[in-house]
Design a protein around this ligand. Structure first.
Ligand SMILES: [Zn+2]
Ligand SMILES: [Zn+2]
Length: 247
């Protein structure tokens, strides 16, 4: 199998080190045909874009970069944060509607949308670090919030399920299948990806493998994710950014 796209990379507009053009040049170097710039959204404390309108600026820059490069299509994406137990995310519809790729994920340090959400979305996950019963509660809350987001928005995929914040992957996957939302294998972070695939595969859910690159050098580093899915005999047809290798 071979990958033709990396749909999860960060630029200097959030906490990435590279410019959009540098990420693009790196992706071209790796032979990719598509690249998405998917910066963190405003509620992600210390790393998110300045405000939601920044995505319009990013879009303009992507258009200019697309003019320069013939062999690759650069897409506008966003890695939105869950900020409410009801699945609310931290960018408004007017931004979501402009995106080529909407990623939704859980991150531990975010500005919640209400006092109640401060506890159910953030606090419980902090307590989960030290207490098993809170870990269970966090897992229930996290799973429910992600499922609500999948039902509420056209989410292309969920970033790094089970990274730091526990999720019932089988339950999430069952909803994702009905909404054509994929689950990500994220090669940029260390977490139990085998457990993720094991819990998700029977649902028939699709996967994407992404680098989550924060540096141009790591854009397109997808091989470890491909090898993992091959070990589980996941067919290429279920890996959205891969295809059969051409000989
Ligand atoms: Zn993330
Ligand atoms: Zn990311």
């Amino acid at each position: 199998m071979e990958f033709f796209a990396d749909w999860h990379t960060h630029s200097r507009y959030s906490d990435g080190r590279g410019t959009i053009e540098e990420n693009t040049a790196a992706a071209v170097g790796k032979g990719l045909e598509q690249l998405a710039i998917t910066d963190h959204c405003p509620a992600n404390i210390g790393v998110g874009v300045k405000d939601a309108d920044t995505f319009f600026q990013i879009q303009n820059e992507i258009e200019a970069v697309n003019e320069k490069f013939d062999s690759i299509k650069v897409m506008l994406g966003a890695e939105a944060d869950i900020i409410g137990a009801d699945g609310s995310i931290d960018i408004p519809r007017r931004v979501v509607d402009r995106l080529d790729i909407l990623i939704v994920g859980l991150h531990p340090y975010i500005w919640p949308c209400s006092f109640n959400d401060a506890w159910s979305v953030v606090g419980v996950n902090q307590m989960a670090q030290v207490s098993r019963s809170y870990r269970k509660k966090a897992r229930v809350n996290n799973t429910k919030a992600l499922k609500e987001a999948v039902l509420k928005y056209d989410v292309d995929f969920i970033s790094h399920p089970n990274l730091r914040m526990p999720v019932d992957v089988a339950e999430l996957a069952a909803v994702c299948v009905t909404r054509d939302t994929a689950l990500e294998i994220n090669t940029g972070h260390h977490y139990d990806k085998e457990a993720l695939v094991r819990a998700a595969e029977k649902s028939g859910v699709n996967f994407v493998v992404n680098s989550d690159a924060h540096f141009p050098e790591t854009v397109g580093n997808l091989a470890s994710g491909g090898a993992l899915l091959e070990r589980f005999n996941i067919p290429v047809s279920r890996i959205l950014n891969a295809r059969e290798a051409r000989h």
